[in-house]
Design a protein around this ligand. Sequence first.
Ligand SMILES: [Zn+2]
Ligand SMILES: [Zn+2]
Length: 270
Amino acid sequence: MADDTTRVVLTYDASDEYRPEPPPPPELPAWKDGSIRIGIHTSIAGDILRSLEIAAGLGANALQIFSSSPRMWARGSARIAEVDATRFRQRRSELGLGPLVIHTNYLINMASPNPVLRTQSVQAFHQEIIRALALGADFLVTHPGSYGKDGRPDEGVAAIAQGLKQATRGVKLGGLQLLLENTAGQGSSLGCFFEELRGILAECPSLPIGICLDTAHLFAAGWDIRTPGGLDQTLAEIDRTVGLRRVAVIHVNDSKTALGSRVDRHDHIG
Ligand SMILES: [Zn+2]
Ligand SMILES: [Zn+2]
């Protein structure tokens, strides 16, 4: 007995015809969905992937890391092995963490009047960029630098701008943005005045540079962000100088030191 359900009738249907599909638009990473992204600085000690697990485990949806030891000069090129970089990128995408912010080594000082230290700083910053690209980072945050007790702020600004150009020469940054962090203005460190940050930006018009704001540094630099009026004034000054649209990352810290102390001591929030 014939079973009707097994009989297939082939008829021509115009909608079945093959048509080449247009290439899909480039996919935005999942974290760029407009949602609020809050993260934490996590350690890469042991295995770099641990930083992702810690952030995700704490309920963060973004994170900041160091890509090597933050208070030591890296030996050699300090590259991240491709196998580790691939594992890191895959796991990060599975966890949907973003943005990924990398904070540079604290020893980097491209404003240094010491030519040896300055060259070492530019090379180290270049390697920071290479590691950030390998890990698929979105932002690379750096402190601008210190011009030294015999130097001048304008010389420091020029040296940093030149250092940024030297460190990025021949590198395809892709979506990586470099962020200059405001500072407490301790000693001769640049970046507690937004005019200084503006000066660096103005000298590097072709580089993708933004701003990272640290609330403890703002406070120590004399910006009274405790009150709505003080906050408004601060934001107005940031907008007038570097532009609020350039602010991509905010480090949220309390300050152990007093308003305008110019001393950089972080405290836990609250
Ligand atoms: Zn910092
Ligand atoms: Zn600080």
